[in-house]
Design a protein around this ligand. Structure first.
Ligand code: NDP
Length: 240
């Protein structure tokens, strides 16, 4: 039987590309989204992939959402924690709400999804969790203390949970994308974006499908020996 995957924030941008890559690999895919109904409807019409709405930063809504997916589609074998938001600003200008919201959705979302799905994966002795971090969680970024902290937290979360899953056939990895041409990057002012691109050795923004192939590899049967790792896909912008 085909594996079942859920991709949070799967209806547009990088998440949509991840859904398509997993579908291409024969996985039964379900997408989650936060509230953009128009994009979700268009996504399902185009791909045939069902989309389920809930806020991944909400503990109870995430538990209920995953339970519904399990009842309607089947046990969840693969979780891709891709949902994310930015609320940029320097520390002086950043509100307490913008700090809380970015940590709650980006980092809290990974915890909530793992709480909902990891125990059963462990029992079934097979699972894949891929968390989408960021180059800005590795290197920091001016005006993003909230986002950089959340994404850096995701990288630590990944390594800790990988240790809990390793003996039970559950791998936990992260991908750290560089700058990718999605709605999130379209929000960056043109002059700032030009400076960013000038610092990317490959000389361009990345494409969503280039992140998706990395995720598909980590989710495959033969990704079984990779756990606790972070795969950087960033055009050479940050090497270490
Ligand atoms: P987009 O802004 O294009 O899409 C974000 C997705 O997350 C949407 O599907 C959105 O749903 C969903 N989402 C937002 N909040 C919630 C929530 N509370 N609950 C459930 N879903 C939610 O982002 P990208 O495709 O650019 O980014 C995807 C991931 O990759 C993010 O984690 C981002 O931080 C990370 N990343 C992106 C980079 C880039 O250059 N684009 C670089 C490095 C990392 P809806 O459509 O309903 O709003």
């Amino acid at each position: 039987m085909a594996r079942v995957a859920i991709v949070t924030g799967g209806t547009r941008g990088i998440g949509k590309a991840i859904c398509l890559a997993l579908q291409e690999d024969g996985v039964t895919v379900v997408a989650n989204y936060g509230g953009n109904e128009e994009k979700a409807k268009a996504f399902t019409e185009e791909t045939g992939i069902p989309a389920y709405k809930w806020d991944v930063g909400d503990h109870q809504a995430t538990l209920a959402g995953c339970e519904r997916v399990e009842q309607e589609v089947g046990p969840i074998d693969i979780v891709v924690n891709n949902a994310g938001i930015t609320r940029d600003g320097t520390l002086q200008r950043m509100s307490f709400e913008d700090w809380d919201e970015v940590i709650r959705i980006n980092l809290g979302g990974c915890f909530n999804m793992a709480k909902a799905c990891f125990p059963a994966m462990r029992e079934r002795k097979w699972g894949r969790i891929v968390n989408i971090g960021s180059i800005n969680g590795q290197a920091g970024q001016y005006g993003q203390v909230n986002y950089a902290a959340a994404k850096s937290g995701i990288h630590g979360f990944t390594k800790a949970l990988a240790q809990e899953g390793a003996k039970y056939g559950v791998t936990v990895n992260a991908i750290a994308p560089g700058y990718i041409d999605t709605d999130m990057v379209a929000a960056v002012p043109e002059n700032v974006l030009q400076k960013i691109v000038s610092r990317i050795p490959i000389g361009r923004l990345g494409h969503a499908h280039e992140i998706a192939r990395g995720v598909a590899f980590l989710c495959a049967e033969d990704g079984a020996f990779v756990t606790g790792s972070t795969l950087s896909i960033n055009g050479g912008q940050h090497m270490y």
